[in-house]
Design a protein around this ligand. Structure first.
Ligand code: HEM
Length: 617
């Protein structure tokens, strides 16, 4: 029992340990997080140390010799207390007045990194549920807008874009024009839309909102560690949080990649049901981070626009890259606004190994890596360089079973090997000029899985839908889930110019232009001979390799793509520093406090387990 003698003050309040203020006698009535260990209940100092070691401890109520009971911020202000004769209660004093926009964010402790990482992983794994818990509206088609792991990485990039006046960088603020808007399905293929300069941050609203909730609410999301005060109250900047989330997305993508390498077919032991790793069984399936990320804190948030309803919204124009542009323009953008050279530009685009494009968000569709868009690895570069790989079709087997829900086994050629690939440009004609154009991959595979295939009389197929007779292979797209590249991706490897987003300048593309595309649907992809609607398919191999080298004399871009396609190690060794550089855009290294990311182990949580609790140690 606590008595006056324990603190040496009967009629006055006991002296407060460093960092705490005296609340009163009695114990708090809510937010209990632990206690009843006599080793912690020796005296006020010992109990205070215990509370200080816990990020979520906001109050402690000591009964000397019995319990050092700790309470989180859910205890409110702890004004209601019980047993005044037995307990004395202290609360943590605010460490600082909270974050002030325009000032550098405070440095993060390893404990904060672990707690916030666990919160983010819950959002990555359960984005739908977490949005509902936070009452966050997801505009348009819900699946396209949910805050996935990939969207956090995309946001980290978009936050670091410069303003048109050359100022800015990573500042916890987005140009809000067009964010939250959606193209409707009715608008697709209607040839009506104009190329617009708006909405480049489109699709990121729920991701920003979920991060704002984490930033301002110490106990969000549930089923993850609570904090005694929010990151904002702790003095962290929003920009630091957004940068941190982008790095954690990459690390989580690496984690899922390695889980997928041990996944037996469609077994969902790790919550990655839809993912199939095309390199399972190969030595390059598992990947390793070359080192922990260097996490920098100290970014300054923009000073809120007084006309905006949220502090993260700005109406200043930000400068975006153009998905319809070629490598020269893409390099010029990254050089001007991020100080990147050609190798760094190729490496940073490896971020497109995660996620996909959404036609209601950007008018682009499909994915860079069919069925493995949550796995962070060099698969984007393997696809770009047309490396032989397994084909994962959509549709059904001849017996009616849905292929995607039945197996992770990939399809190949008649020898049971991975299939060769080619890339064809395709104009979607949503825009008045016939665009946008995307590159779609085809793999030359045995087509016997496809019940609608029309050459059964040639003896190509037997009972095994995975095999076929030699010579029966055909080039196939993945219907509805194509592997795709934007012009800005494709031209890192194959050199072409563009006219208003339509590729040009390669042999065979002389007459393929806006007019040709608009003249006949069969010319939405170029043909050989040129513009003969019955001609053969034209593909990217007719374009030369991209020999742009910057600085002059360095490795040309197409060779960098091949280096990364052949080696995860080489890609990761370049990607880690370039992501760090991107996330420091607008700052000198001396402006920021850089520390290695705290080591972490974050055990997998089954989203269906009612008792799950996300934590990292
Ligand atoms: C030339 C530069 C770039 C262009 C033109 C570009 C363009 C795009 C476009 C059009 C989308 C589709 C948005 C949607 O429809 O939802 C997208 C998605 C994405 N971008 Fe980029 N991007 C570029 C660079 C980057 C960089 C540097 C990063 C990160 C470091 C990045 C990360 C992502 C991610 C992860 C996605 C997938 C998001 C999702 O799945 O919802 N991008 N990008």
């Amino acid at each position: 029992m606590w008595t006056c003698q324990d603190c040496g003050a009967c009629n006055s309040s006991p002296s407060s340990p460093n960092g705490y203020t005296y609340v009163g006698t009695g114990y708090c009535d809510g937010g209990y997080i632990g206690g009843w260990d006599t080793a912690d209940a020796v005296d006020i100092e010992t109990c205070a140390q215990k509370c200080s070691s816990e990020l979520n401890c906001k109050f402690f109520s000591l009964q000397v010799g019995a319990t050092c009971s700790r309470y989180s911020s859910v205890a409110g202000n702890c004004t209601t207390r019980f047993r005044p004769n037995q307990y004395v209660t202290f609360g943590k004093a605010p460490a600082r007045p909270g974050y002030v926009a325009g000032e550098p964010g405070a440095a993060w402790s390893p404990e904060h990194q672990k707690a916030i990482r666990a919160k983010l992983i819950r959002v990555f794994q359960e984005s739908d549920a977490v949005c509902r818990e936070a009452n966050i509206e997801v505009p348009g088609e819900r699946w396209s807008g949910l805050p996935t792991m990939a969207k956090f990485l995309r946001l980290a990039f978009h936050d670091c874009m410069k303003y048109a006046d050359g100022t800015g960088g990573c500042d916890g603020c987005l140009e809000w024009k067009g964010v939250g808007g959606r193209y409707t399905r009715d608008q697709h293929g209607k040839k009506q839309l104009n190329v617009s300069d708006d909405g480049h941050h489109n699709g990121l609203r729920p991701t920003v909102e979920i991060l704002e909730k984490i930033y301002t609410d110490p106990n969000f999301p549930p089923k993850a560690p609570g904090l005694w005060q929010s990151p904002k109250e702790s003095g962290f900047s929003r920009a630091d949080l957004w940068a941190f989330a982008g790095m954690v997305a990459v690390e989580h993508g690496i984690h899922l990649n390695n889980l997928a390498c041990h996944k037996l077919d469609l077994d969902d032991a790790h919550g990655i049901l839809s993912q199939c790793h095309p390199r399972v069984g190969e030595p390059d399936c598992e990947v390793a981070a070359p080192r922990p990320f260097h996490f920098a804190s100290g970014r300054k948030d923009c000073v809120p626009d007084p006309t905006a309803d949220q502090p993260y919204k700005t109406f200043k124009t930000e400068l975006h890259p153009d998905p319809g542009a070629n490598a020269a323009s893409t390099l010029a953008y990254f050089k001007r606004d991020f100080g990147f050279n050609a190798r760094e530009t190729v490496a940073i685009l490896g971020a497109h190994t995660l996620g996909r494009v959404h036609n209601t968000i950007s008018l682009h569709q499909y994915t860079w890596k069919t069925r493995s868009a949550m796995l962070f690895n060099n698969g984007y570069f393997r696809n770009l360089a047309s490396k032989e790989d397994w084909y994962y079709p959509t549709g059904s087997f001849p017996n009616g079973t849905n292929i995607r829900t039945a197996t992770c086994r990939g399809f190949g050629n008649s020898r049971g090997e991975r299939a060769p690939a080619r890339w064809k440009p395709h104009a979607f004609y949503h825009l008045t000029n016939g665009g946008p154009v995307q590159w779609l991959q085809e793999k030359k595979v045995c087509p016997c899985f496809d019940p609608s295939w029309t050459r059964p009389d040639e003896g190509c197929c037997n009972d095994d839908p995975f095999s076929c007779k030699a010579g029966c292979e055909e080039y196939r797209i993945v219907l509805g889930m194509d592997e795709t590249m934007l012009n800005s991706d494709m031209s890192l490897y194959r050199q072409f110019s563009t006219n208003d987003g339509i590729p040009a300048g390669c042999p065979g593309l002389e007459d393929w232009n806006s007019e040709a595309i608009k003249s006949d649907w069969r010319l939405r992809s170029p043909r050989i001979p040129s513009n003969d609607v019955h001609g053969d398919s034209w593909d990217s191999s007719h374009c030369p390799f991209t020999t742009i080298a910057d600085p002059p004399g360095s490795t040309p871009m197409y060779r960098v793509v091949e280096e990364y396609a052949d080696s995860n190690e080489k890609f990761f060794a370049d990607f880690f520093p370039v992501l760090e550089k991107m996330l420091m855009n607008g700052y000198n290294a001396s402006d920021l406090v850089v520390t290695p990311m705290a080591s972490h182990a974050c055990p997998y949580q089954d989203p269906h387990d009612w008792h799950r609790h996300y934590s990292c140690s």
